[in-house]
Ligand binder design. Sequence first.
Ligand code: PAF
Length: 273
Amino acid sequence: MKIISTPLELKDELKHINKSIGFIPTMGALHEGHLELIKNARKGNDIVVVSIFVNPTQFLQDEDLDRYPRRDEADKKICELAGVDILFFPSSSDIYGDDEIKIEAPNVRGYILEGATRPGHFSGVLTIVMKLLNIVNPTRAYFGKKDAQQLHLISLMVQQYFMSVEIVPIDTIRDSDGLAQSSRNIYLSAQERQEALKIPSSLYEAAKMVSSGTIDVKKIRSKMLDILNPLEISYVEILNHNFEIIQEVEMKNTIILVEVISGETRLLDNIWL
Ligand code: PAF
């Protein structure tokens, strides 16, 4: 596995490769969810590139940028064992300069749900993803469905900016107790983790209600709020796959999203129906 830290070096390395490239952008602290993305990229492409970059522009001022988990050496080993060909490990000054052109998240879909509690977060995500896709120029890029709004906005950017990369969504990986894997789960105390299991329970209950014929969004949402009580809920929303409000669940075009704050930790989860 080659480790490359500057955009020019990476572009140079990939310039003459006439093969399909699968790309997984990450912020490190790799877990099984990332491994699933790498596995899929490995299956579908000749070359696999992973980037590790804790992107400062997607953190708001009072957020956890400084304490975001960094496990560089372990991450390198994980990538190597997972069969990654190139690891891109830039520093902030390799990526950002002064007085930059900004990519702005869309006014509505970029500022609802996580975008409402973290205004500007998705502009930072789209900016870094645009930069990374331009550096790597991959055939396919892999993103987890757990970060559903991020996945939606990146797909929208690729479509609206006529970019030629294929965005490949990958299912959420869960621990055996049902909690969705996330780099931030390590912040949870044993008790917070136990309470957080209400999140997957609320989603399973919602899916059960739908499969037994309840499609009224208000009823499903109210049941989920009961299950999640007394957690600090940022949102429970039931939307279509285009992130628009619906009154009734429509099969193959509905997503149920939850965000809960546990202690200092933001926990996201969802199911796609
Ligand atoms: O999902 C993440 O880890 C980040 O938001 C991403 C896509 C790597 C951009 O920094």
